[in-house]
Design a binder for this molecule. Sequence first.
Ligand code: EPZ
Length: 431
Amino acid sequence: MVAERRVAFVGSIFIRGGRTLTGTVEAAGAKNSALKLLAAALLAPGRSRIANVPDISDVATMIEVVRGLGAVVDSDADSVSVDATRLSSAEAPYEVVSRMRASIAVLGPLVARLGRARVAMPGGCNIGSRKVDMHISGLESLGVEFAFEHGYIEATAPPGGLVGAHIMLEFPSVGATENLLMASVLASGTTVIDNAAREPEIVDLAEFLAAMGARVTGAGTSTIEVEGVEALAPAEHRVVGDRVECGTYLVAGALTGGPVTVRGVSPSHLEMVLLKLEQAGCEVRATDDAITVSRNGPLRATDVQTLPYPGFPTDMQPQFMVLMTLADGDSVITENVFENRFMFADELVRMGADIRIEGHHALVKGTPGLSGAPVRSTDLRAGAALVLAGLVADGRTEVGEVHHILRGYEGFVEKLASLGADIESTAAPEC
Ligand code: EPZ
């Protein structure tokens, strides 16, 4: 059941290391697509239905944002319907945006549909400043005027509506590409987004927009072209499988030996991750929608650098670093996407890892083993990576601040337990 109300969880996850994980888990729908699809539903009057929505607290937060704008939202087992016929507000308040910066995804749909938006400026987070300058400058190209006051972004479309433009992104920002895509579908004329992000979640969004009547070509490439239309209609869509959740469980198989199989994600969505797992000494077998990873021999030191898709995903960097702490030899992990995504390395060092940070590079010296310890999640993927470390650490590991993990991993503890992990959680709703 997709939770409609966000529950703030507190507590820890406890893992006793040493088990070999084997078996099959099903990936949920991609968090980083589902959140934007809920925002895109605002573009059309009527009731859209989105299936395969993960039951995670970030989705509950986005439901809160969309409801706050006046949409009627219902959810059942794994789908969410959004009726955006009547929108009574154009404001995404600080209280919500400060909790989840992805709320900025309503900016494009609101200026396109209502001609205005008031969205709290998203703050930074533990992995970086998370600026939105490319969102703003791209929307300005479409005619949007901005004012910034009291921590809010005030956006106003031209009286005649948005006007298509040729936009060149300085960096293939996922969020900026999505906001510009969602704004341009209702602009008059043609919009070209050059140096666009190519992630599978962008393709998923473009497919939903096309189902609503938008005219989008090139999604998944660096150049997306949009022919604006007068209006869109509601549609149904199924969220693409979560490639990062999938990769996280595959690393659990690589760490403990496996074989671990993850269903529901196309191998083509995480080719670089699979290549790096093979280079690290794993055996990878894939069909159209299932991937299996196992390992018999030692882990090999393997360098990785994170890059925009189809490069190695930054969201898999912490998980891969855990793997390299146990490899034979020294690895260099370079983080090119976020400026501060090594914070969790200090927690791994507390578990016995040998990691030295030099700017954007983490120098990881393989050690024979990790030892269980109390550690804390600094962000979603770091928290998941520390749980993975606990799977192979000697003794007991407690990963605190579990709310970070529950934002983006549906049934994380249950899925790992189903693979044989000795894991439990004291996560409980904050009273
Ligand atoms: C999305 O964040 C994902 N989040 C992130 O996943 C993911 O790591 C990231 O894309 C890269 O793949 C969601 O989709 C909700 P960006 P986003 O805009 O859109 C800078 C997770 O763990 N930048 O591609 O914020 C920015 O600071 C999360 O699931 C600007 O400078 O990523 C960052 O350094 C973490 N100005 C880099 O670009 C801008 O206007 C990439 O950001 C926009 C971005």
